[in-house]
Design a protein around this ligand. Structure first.
Ligand code: ZN
Length: 276
C-alpha cells in the first residue's frame, strides 16, 4: 500500500482513492484521485480502469465510474471529460456540459484542462504518469483540473488554468489552493536530450538546476513536480497553498496505472472534482 505524508488514502465502499487534505478542510468539494483498487476490470486493466479508449470493455469502465462516484458522492451521469492531447487549452464548462464523455457524445475536443464555477458539474481528467493539477478557489468558488505531462508542463498549462480562472471568475491567485497529484517522479522520469532542451527553453538557469537532474552516462531525469510547483508559484499561488505529491506512479504501478512501468499496457486513472 502507498504511504504518503501529503495525501489521504481513503477506503470506502470497497474502493480506494486519494484525497487532498487542504481541499477536504474547505468542505466545498467532492474530489479524488483514483487508484487501481476496487473496480471490475480484468487483465492489464485490473481493476479500476477509467479510460474508455484503452481497449477495455465499456460496461466495465461504466461500472468502475459508478462505484467510484458513489464513494465520493458524485453523480456519474454528470461527469464532464477532457480529451487531452498534450496541449495547453483550458475550457470553461457549465451544467450544459454534464454527461459529456460518459453518457453523451462530447464536443470537448483538444482540451487538457477544465474549469467551472457551477456546483454539481464534476470535472474529470485522465492519467497514467502525467501530472494531475487540482485547483480550488474557496473565495470565488471555482474548481479546475489540468493534465500536465511534460509537454503540458513546458507549455505551463498550470499557469494558463490559473490565468483563465482569474480572467473569467475573478479568482485571485493568492486565494487559490492547488495540488500536484500522483504522477511519475524524478526517481523514474528519465528523458532524452530533446525533452531536456524543451525544459531549458521554458525555465531559467536557477529553475533548471532544480528541475533537470544530470545522471551518470549523460542521462537526465526531470522533476515534473517541482517544475509545476515553480509554475504555480510564478502564477501567483502561495507555496503554502500548494500540495505537492510524494507518490510516484511508476514506483507504485501495482496500485496506480503507470504508462512507463507497463510500456503502455495499462488502464487509466482519473482526477475528479466538483463543487458541492
Ligand atoms: Zn519512481
Amino acid at each position: 500500500m502507498i504511504q504518503s505524508n501529503v495525501f489521504h488514502m481513503v477506503k470506502k465502499q470497497g474502493v480506494h482513492y486519494l484525497t487532498i487534505p487542504a481541499f477536504e478542510k474547505t468542505h466545498l468539494v467532492h474530489h479524488c484521485f483514483s487508484t487501481r483498487l476496487g473496480g471490475v476490470s480484468q487483465g492489464i486493466f485490473k481493476s479500476m480502469n477509467l479510460g474508455f479508449n484503452r481497449g477495455d470493455r465499456s460496461e466495465n469502465v461504466i461500472q468502475n465510474f459508478k462505484v467510484l462516484c458513489s464513494a465520493i458522492d458524485v453523480d456519474y451521469q454528470h461527469l464532464v471529460f477532457s480529451d487531452q492531447i498534450h496541449e495547453d487549452k483550458v475550457r470553461i464548462v457549465t451544467h450544459k456540459d454534464r454527461g459529456k464523455g460518459i453518457v453523451k457524445s462530447s464536443d470537448i475536443k483538444g482540451i487538457d484542462a477544465l474549469i467551472t464555477n457551477e456546483s454539481k458539474v464534476p470535472l474529470v481528467t485522465f492519467y497514467a504518469d502525467c501530472v494531475p493539477l487540482f485547483f480550488l478557489d474557496p473565495v470565488q468558488k471555482v474548481v479546475g483540473l489540468a493534465h500536465a505531462g511534460w509537454r503540458g508542463t513546458v507549455k505551463q498549462i498550470g499557469k494558463k488554468t490559473v490565468d483563465l480562472m482569474h480572467r473569467t471568475f475573478k479568482s485571485l491567485p493568492k486565494d487559490i489552493l492547488a495540488a500536484i497529484g500522483p504522477s511519475i517522479g524524478s526517481c523514474c522520469f528519465e528523458v532524452d536530450r530533446p525533452v531536456v532542451d524543451a525544459f531549458r527553453s521554458s525555465f531559467d538557469k536557477i529553475e533548471q538546476q532544480r528541475i533537470i537532474l544530470e545522471q551518470m552516462n549523460h542521462k537526465y531525469t526531470v522533476d515534473l513536480w517541482t517544475a509545476n510547483e515553480i509554475i504555480l508559484q510564478k502564477a501567483g499561488l502561495l507555496k503554502e497553498h500548494i500540495t505537492k505529491t510524494d507518490i510516484c506512479t511508476r514506483c507504485h504501478s501495482d496500485i496506480l496505472f503507470s504508462h512507463r512501468a507497463t510500456a503502455g499496457q495499462r488502464g487509466s486513472l482519473a482526477a475528479i472534482i466538483e463543487l458541492k
